[in-house]
Design a protein around this ligand. Structure first.
Ligand code: DC
Length: 231
């Protein structure tokens, strides 16, 4: 069967990555978590003191460092899912902390960061057969994707999901801090100048606030079948 490109965009913590990973596994496609790439640049910037005391970014310095930031994905045989590597080190856990979440939006708003990561993402998906999740996949990275999904859920539902996820992993979590972070990121992600988060005109919208993972999975498989049979 001819392979297609699947773009899954939406707000933070709305379950995009779970949906995207499951779909990719089910249909044998490659999964790319583009948020993990912006998070990896943020982790690098934190480790190399590229933030000022007031939280602003040392933009010129970060731009000089960009060519040295190498991000890749390797399949984890145990989980069956790809792990994120930053300059050869597995950083899958380190990039999910609240500290990284609190610093990532301004990093993702920098045009030179987006330019570099979008180019890598387009390369990763050039042979199709890819499920990519992020904020600008259907609008900027793959505007010609055959299947585009835009996922939404209320901020409270999303904060609760992230809270549960952190607790499960035994990582420190405070619900109010997480909710504040979710709301702040929504605002920055949808108001930034470069590639703001918005639904592509031809994307299908899915509000999963009151859906189970199994229901979402079924809905997504139906959309996949429709998109591949109408080719
Ligand atoms: O999906 P996530 O929460 O892991 O994404 C982390 C941040 O990266 C989020 O604040 C928005 C940004 N991002 C982006 O600007 N463009 C993407 N394609 C993916 C993520």
């Amino acid at each position: 069967m001819k392979k297609i490109t699947i773009a899954i965009d939406g707000f933070s913590s709305c379950g995009k990555s779970t949906m995207a990973k499951d779909l990719a596994r089910e249909v044998g496609y490659i999964y790319v978590d583009t948020g993990a790439m912006y998070r990896s640049v943020t982790l690098y910037a934190l480790r190399h003191q590229l933030f000022n005391e007031d939280g602003s970014i040392k933009v010129d310095l970060l731009e000089q460092h960009m060519p040295q930031i190498n991000i890749s994905f390797k399949l984890n045989a145990e989980t069956g899912r790809p792990d994120t590597y930053l300059n050869g080190e597995c950083v899958e856990k380190e990039i999910r902390t609240l500290e990284v979440s609190n610093h990532v939006s301004p990093i993702a708003a920098l045009p030179f960061v987006r330019q570099a990561l979008v180019a890598q993402q387009q390369k990763m998906g050039c042979d199709k057969g890819v499920v990519m999740d992020g904020r600008d996949i259907g609008t900027v990275v793959f505007p010609d994707a055959e299947l585009k999904i835009f996922v939404t859920a209320s901020a409270e539902v999303r904060a609760q999901r992230r809270f549960d996820e952190l607790q499960q992993k035994g990582m420190p979590a405070d619900f109010d801090d997480i909710l504040k972070n979710v709301q702040e990121r929504d605002y920055i992600d949808s108001h930034r100048e470069v590639s703001p988060l918005r639904k592509a005109d031809d994307a299908l919208e899915l509000d999963n606030s009151h859906m189970t993972i199994a229901e979402q999975k079924q809905w997504l498989m139906e959309q996949f079948k429709k998109a591949t049979t109408t080719l």
